[in-house]
Design a protein around this ligand. Structure first.
Ligand code: 8YV
Length: 322
């Protein structure tokens, strides 16, 4: 609308500089993070907020404080921390950032598989600590002749599988249903998949439906040579059961990029020698975070220019009004 006031947008936390600067130049932007009195800011501007940019928790209670809210743009493909059903009930569209991070996260997953099996961080530490001249680094497990299971064959899961084909390992998967045209062996339960493979890569979305999908029984099924890799959400794995399994040798090792209570990582996991632990860096390259930021911006611009969202999530589908 020519001459109309720019829409008011709320940023819940510090966003990528590309998001922050582009929105600043086009909208009236309020920042909850760093506000002297966030509660007072919310009370004052809440009724006028039409767009929300987030990288984390938004529940129905917050939505109720923003009665003019039209769009929640989530920085990330995973939007388990946004109550998308509550948004749908309030006619609010939620967008996420699919596709632009698929390859980056798949690359990281492969790196984490190799780092965990071949103990690359431990070998690096061994060299730096001066042990090499005294004795060679102990022999490790191997990916040779192993079967690899993918728990959640979505976009990222398929990209991981495609990379694994180059490693000449057998690939199997679990998902809610068998996928048409997919040649990998299908298992209809996480336990069934874990039993059949040596390396289990978790790449299922977070949220209530997948909470603790990998539990003590699945770890038991993976077995003493088993390696667990999680690049999805900490909530998909029962962390206490995982710690117990790693300590008892029920499984061989774990490579984790995600945790139940990020950024807090249980000291027990850190004390274990058979873990490789990363600070949730799956998509964290300059290249990919810039692409994600651009998609957040594009969704917001597209929405407020009347062209609809670019990547709405499944719970809040959108079609142009006739
Ligand atoms: C990021 C992610 O860590 O896209 C996701 O779901 O988990 C990661 O890409 C996160 O979105 C950054 O805030």
């Amino acid at each position: 609308m020519p001459g109309a006031e720019p829409a008011e947008i709320l940023l819940l936390r510090r966003m990528h500089p590309l998001v922050a600067s582009t929105l600043d130049s086009r909208f009236t932007v309020h920042r909850l993070d760093g506000a002297a009195d966030p509660e007072a800011l919310l009370r004052e501007v809440g009724p006028r907020i039409r767009g929300l940019c987030v990288g984390g928790g938004v529940d129905g209670a917050l939505m109720d404080r923003l009665p003019a809210l039209e769009l929640i743009a989530n920085f990330g493909v995973g939007y388990d921390a946004v109550d998308a059903k509550a948004a749908a009930q309030r006619n609010i569209v939620v967008t996420n950032t699919p596709d632009v991070l698929t390859d980056e996260v798949a690359d990281l997953a492969i790196g984490l598989v190799l780092a965990t099996i071949r103990r690359l961080p431990q070998a690096d530490r061994y060299l730096r600590e001066g042990h090499w001249p005294k004795a060679p680094f102990p022999l490790t497990a191997s990916l040779r002749g192993r079967r690899v299971g993918i728990l959640g064959l979505g976009r990222i899961g398929r990209a991981i599988a495609k990379r694994l084909e180059g490693f000449e390992v057998e690939i199997a998967y679990y998902g809610r249903s068998r996928q048409e045209g997919v040649a990998y062996a299908y298992h209809d339960s996480p336990v069934g998949l874990a039993k059949a493979v040596h390396v289990l890569i978790v790449v299922a979305p977070g949220g209530a439906e997948t909470k603790n999908l990998v539990d003590a029984e699945v770890l038991q099924a993976l077995g003493p040579e088993g390696i667990l890799v999680n690049v999805a959400r900490g909530s998909v794995v029962d962390e206490a059961a995982l710690i117990a399994a790693l300590k008892a040798g029920t499984i061989h090792g774990a490579g984790l990029d995600v945790f139940e209570q990020e950024p807090h990582v249980p000291s027990e996991l850190m004390a274990l020698e058979n873990t490789v632990l990363l600070p949730h860096v799956g998509s964290a390259s300059e290249h990919t975070r810039t692409a994600m930021a651009q998609l957040v911006v594009d969704n917001v611009l597209s929405w407020f220019e009347g062209r609809g969202p670019i990547t709405p999530v499944a719970e809040t589908p959108w079609s142009p009004k006739a």
